[in-house]
Unconditional design. Structure first.
Length: 240
């Protein structure tokens, strides 16, 4: 993955500033909106990885793009000693605060862009992302990968849910800049995800599969077939 020069990042961010924090605040303002992930059901893959022992629920966890806190609450209930949850939208953080209180769990909640976070190196056993990665423009992929790798302890895990090709906008990287928009989020093929997350040698993918569709009222879990579920492990040795 070819990194973009640091001086270009701000200019490219400005070019694609169609979904700023105020937009996301408006998105989360109507909690009754029929959005599949507006419920309280956590991701089926996260639940499965915890239940099957692929993720050991101990130490610290970081939920990036936490939304209303549905996955962060599961992490806190599962046994993580400390769960930090971050979202770009203050409306989402307010909702997550209420949800944590109702669930009787403690979360460290923060409103911020993930690229403005001051994360201690090697601070987390788990970093989780449900729906953030596919909203990142191409020029931010490498920054994000480096951020996640730096935040994780050696051997720590990164869990992610993102659009498959049929779930995304269908735009190529070039079209993103031509249209100045992600079109609602980018879809990724399996080879593309493997190239991004394993090509750098920072991560080893342990599982990459289609999300299992769910009926939350019956299973208590969230899952849509147009999404990927990926679990990767940070390599023990790497160099920034």
């Amino acid at each position: 993955m070819k990194p973009y020069p640091p001086q270009d990042l701000a200019a490219l961010d400005a070019l694609l500033a169609d979904r700023h924090s105020a937009w996301w605040d408006g998105f989360y303002a109507d909690r009754a909106r029929p959005v599949p992930f507006f419920g309280s059901a956590p991701d089926e893959c996260l639940h499965e990885w915890l239940a099957d022992g692929l993720i050991a629920p101990h130490g610290t966890a970081l939920d990036l793009g936490c939304g209303n806190g549905r996955n962060a609450v599961l992490l806190a209930r599962s046994g993580f000693a400390e769960v930090t949850a971050v979202d770009y939208s203050q409306a989402a953080i307010s909702w997550a605060t209420q949800r944590a209180s109702e669930a009787g769990v403690s979360l460290r909640l923060q409103q911020a862009s993930v690229f403005d976070l001051a994360l201690a190196t090697g601070a987390y056993d788990l970093v989780y992302d449900s729906g953030l990665f596919h909203h990142l423009p191409p020029h931010r992929r490498d920054s994000y990968l480096q951020l996640v790798a730096a935040a994780l302890k050696p051997g720590g895990h990164f869990g992610m849910v993102c659009f498959r090709p049929e779930g995304g906008s269908g735009l190529s990287d070039a079209e993103v800049y031509e249209r100045r928009s992600l079109g609602g989020g980018l879809g990724y093929s399996e080879p593309a995800l493997r190239e991004i997350w394993e090509g750098s040698t920072l991560f080893r993918i342990r599982q990459l599969r289609q999300m299992k569709p769910q009926r939350p009222a019956e299973s208590g879990l969230f899952g849509e077939g147009f999404l990927w579920a990926m679990l990767a492990q940070r390599q023990w040795e790497w160099h920034q």
